[in-house]
Design a binder for this molecule. Structure first.
Ligand SMILES: [Zn+2]
Length: 387
């Protein structure tokens, strides 16, 4: 063999040795399923494609869990992983699914709203592929997703994303951000199909309130808050004041800007009769000037660089050596969701939604997040859903 061909063979072998193991990790991540143990409150499970048939058979289709009470009442939608790199929302939604009991009305839960993003990664920022939450029966493993849908499911990106139908110019990457593609259209790009199917669900099921669970940087002003348009403002304010007075944590109200399009807290309100709310819990892991993006940091929210920035008053939330641990973030989401439903029910008793067995902030801080997850190995197989 000539030296030319030998050098070529060595280079090809080296290329394969580098690309295949890295690619395999990404392949395994995309195909890793999280077993969800549907609690006694879950009465049936459907799919988002039931409302938007274009999603059928795609990686953007996702499970929709119904928790129907014996007594008729109102309906609430809870969705998480709109941004799949903000796991406090996902964990709060799964705690509701595994533990909640609905006595009156219906709770609809979509834990992996952007299912494609939940199977996408952010290797450029050194994100972990998975994170584990400790439980009494071992570690429960979750995929760490990305903010945007995978290019495997929606491609190519335009130079500029022109929002439909408002024609507002948005960043090119927002075409894969399912919190910029509301209200969507049935034949648009995949993420517009996702939000369109969700809008159809809200309209057909006559959903009264929709809560979109997120996490936001501590250096971003819209953090630790409830974002609400005018029509949801009163309930958001009452929920904010009540959790502050009764449970001792802050979650202030931010008005949804009327001229910024594509967001759930804007378009759901404008294109349906549903009252939208978007909850942001502080997630230090997403801030830019931090140390390595480790699983430990994702869970405990402790970072020395953020601590020094807090001392220089650069953060929008109080921050000390305790960081901002997962149980606080998930606990805030659980309590604010419960409070929004309670305030809505007080205002509209004929459409009341009554739930129990969902832990609140103090329960999460005391027991941790893993305490509320059930062992799939000890659960009936027909109650396990791979998400
Ligand atoms: Zn978000």
């Amino acid at each position: 063999m000539s030296r030319f061909w030998l050098a070529r063979a060595v280079l090809i072998a080296l290329f394969c040795a580098l690309v295949i193991p890295g690619g395999l990790d990404l392949y395994r991540h995309r195909h890793f399923d999280v077993p969800v143990v549907a609690g006694p409150g879950v009465t049936r499970v459907g799919r988002l494609s039931d409302y938007g048939p274009g999603l059928k058979g795609t990686a953007a289709d996702t499970l929709v869990y119904f928790m129907e009470g014996k007594e008729p009442g109102g309906k609430a939608l809870l969705m998480s992983n709109t941004h799949a790199n903000e796991p406090e929302g996902l964990l709060a939604a799964l705690i509701v699914l595994e533990n909640g009991l609905v006595e009156k009305g219906t709770l609809i839960v979509v834990p992996q709203f952007n299912a494609s993003a939940s199977r996408n990664t952010k290797p450029g920022d050194g994100y972990p592929l998975y994170f584990d939450v400790p439980t009494s029966w071992g570690q429960k493993r979750f995929r760490m997703g990305n903010r945007d849908a995978s290019p495997l499911d929606q491609w190519p990106d335009p130079d500029v994303y022109i929002h439909y139908p408002e024609k507002q110019l948005l960043s090119y990457i927002d075409i894969r951000n399912s919190n910029r593609t509301w209200p969507g259209r049935p034949n648009g790009p995949r993420m517009e199909q996702v939000t369109f199917a969700a809008m159809e669900m809200l309209r057909k099921e006559k959903v009264d309130i929709a809560v979109d669970l997120h996490g936001a940087e501590t250096m971003f002003p819209v953090t630790n808050c409830i974002v609400a348009p005018e029509k949801s403002g009163r309930i958001a304010t009452m929920a904010s004041l009540t959790v502050k007075a009764r449970e001792g944590f802050d979650s202030h109200v931010e008005p949804s800007p009327a001229g910024f399009h594509g967001l759930s807290h804007r378009e759901i309100g404008d294109y349906s009769n549903t009252l939208p709310f978007l909850l942001e819990a502080p997630i230090p892991f997403l801030d830019q000037p931090t140390g390595p993006k480790t699983v430990k940091f994702l869970l405990d929210g402790k970072d020395p660089f953020l601590l020094s920035l807090a001392q220089k008053k650069k953060l929008f939330v109080p921050y000390d050596e305790a960081g901002w641990p997962l149980e606080k973030r998930v606990g805030q989401h659980c309590s604010v969701v419960l409070e929004i439903m309670r305030q809505f029910s007080k205002k509209s008793p004929d459409r009341a939604i009554a739930v129990r067995e969902i832990p609140r902030y103090a329960d999460l801080v005391r027991n941790g997040v893993g305490y509320y997850f059930h062992d799939p190995a000890g659960s009936a197989r027909d109650r396990i859903f791979l998400n």
